[in-house]
Design a protein. Structure first.
Length: 187
């Protein structure tokens, strides 16, 4: 909860390997179809959500995950409360394989307590974005260039050290001994 007092809620879903089929662990939802994190093969055009108790003022947001964790496409929905505790969410038949997130905000009818949650599911395979991989080719090229330049400077330095160890002056011996050159100067 930030300093302005607004409550922020959200969900971070991810899949390791193949997605598992699980009933929602949200205590507000007794069952839903599709279940939370379920993979379905055939496109659907409705989801039925059964709450733990009678609800009112129910709102749903339905989103398609574009696969990069930043872009979500909203999907228009129509709601029909078929019982005190059951809401049917209808939408156009899903066309894209990927991850869908159906989130809700409602109030329990008797206690007026606000409840929130989400029902993620997959049509086909979870959303992924193939362009989001690490750019290995430029990274390797730059790393190779850095290593090559560093090696060249190290090699040059090694030559200078070897020349000094052999007694060879770096200027080809034309300048002679510095102490001797200074002794010839008279002021």
């Amino acid at each position: 909860m930030p300093s302005d007092g607004h409550v922020i809620t959200g969900a971070i879903g991810f899949v390791f390997g193949a997605p598992t089929v699980l009933v929602s662990d949200d205590p507000n939802v007794i069952s839903s179809s599709p279940f939370a994190r379920e993979t379905i093969d055939d496109a659907v055009d409705r989801v039925e959500v059964e709450f733990a108790a009678a609800v009112e003022n129910v709102r749903f947001n339905f989103l398609y995950d574009e696969g990069d964790g930043e872009r979500f496409t909203p999907i228009p929905v129509e709601l029909e409360q078929t019982a005190d505790d059951v809401v049917v969410v209808s939408f156009d038949e899903l066309e894209r394989d990927g991850t869908y997130l159906l989130s809700y905000l409602a109030r329990y009818a008797q206690s007026d307590e606000e409840i929130t949650g989400d029902i993620p599911f997959f049509l086909g395979a979870p959303s992924t974005e193939s362009d989001s991989s690490f750019p290995w080719l430029p990274f390797v090229a730059v790393a190779a260039l850095i290593v090559a330049v560093g090696s060249w400077f190290s090699w040059r330095r090694m030559l200078v050290v070897d020349d000094e160890a052999d007694g060879d002056d770096s200027d080809g011996g034309s300048a002679g001994d510095v102490d001797q050159d200074l002794s010839d100067v008279r002021v």
